[in-house]
Unconditional design. Structure first.
Length: 233
């Protein structure tokens, strides 16, 4: 009888592990329960931020219509105590990126972000949307003006539209980090770093010095900080 119970328990654990592995493969998400005290949901935002249209075939993409329900479920769940977000994105759709960033910023549960590789363009608001942010020493953040593809009408209204789009981004970044909005605009319009484009690349400590990111660190520091925030709450 005891052997059968142990076998059932082992089978249950194996089934949970298989489900956990499948979820990581499908969504890049998993709930961590390392110390048994607090449960941390791990969310990855990688590749291109996909909006209303599908990203180019063959490239990795993060679908905002997948993340928004997941973030709502995290907020409503009593099985999740905090959220850790790993970022390695080249940017993408502005509205989709800001929608995800606003959802992260509105969560009542402690959130920590970690920039790995890079968090460029609309990835910058995503990195600063959390309660506390980290960047690895070699991580990069690219700040540049709003770009549009396709035909653009050369009229004052077009410039005003671009300006309002850009103000949405810089306003969000400034309100969720220590960065100054005017300084962000200066970084965006910098002509000295990129040969055929405007913008500024910030690496590791420089992103902290500019007030975008709170601290240089890796996964160890990010998890320690999140556990600390959960305990304080």
């Amino acid at each position: 009888m005891q052997d059968r119970e142990e076998q059932n328990e082992n089978n249950g654990q194996q089934e949970n592990e298989e489900k956990r592995e499948d979820r990581i493969k499908e969504t890049g998400q998993v709930t961590l329960t390392g110390d048994g005290k607090s449960k941390i949901h791990l969310m990855t935002i990688i590749g291109e931020i996909e909006g209303h249209e599908n990203a180019s075939s063959g490239g990795k993409a993060t679908k905002y219509d997948h993340l928004l329900p997941e973030l709502a479920a995290i907020e409503d769940s009593d099985q999740v105590d905090g959220l850790l977000i790993l970022l390695n994105t080249a940017g993408g759709d502005i509205d989709a990126g800001l929608a995800i960033a606003e959802m992260i910023a509105s969560l009542s549960k402690p959130t920590v972000s970690l920039v790995l590789g890079g968090s460029h363009s609309i990835g910058v608001p995503l990195a600063v949307a959390s309660d506390y942010s980290f960047i690895v020493p070699t991580g990069t953040m690219l700040v540049h003006p709003v770009r549009m593809t396709g035909m653009v009408i050369g009229a004052p209204q077009t410039y005003e539209y671009f300006k309002r789009m850009q103000d949405r981004i810089t306003g969000f970044i400034a309100s969720h980090s220590k960065a100054d909005q005017k300084r962000l605009e200066e970084l965006m319009m910098n002509t000295g770093e990129m040969t055929k484009d405007l913008g500024t690349i910030l690496i590791g400590q420089t992103a902290v010095d500019e007030g975008l990111i709170d601290e240089v660190g890796g996964i160890k520091e990010a998890l320690e900080k999140l556990h600390e925030m959960i305990e304080e709450k």
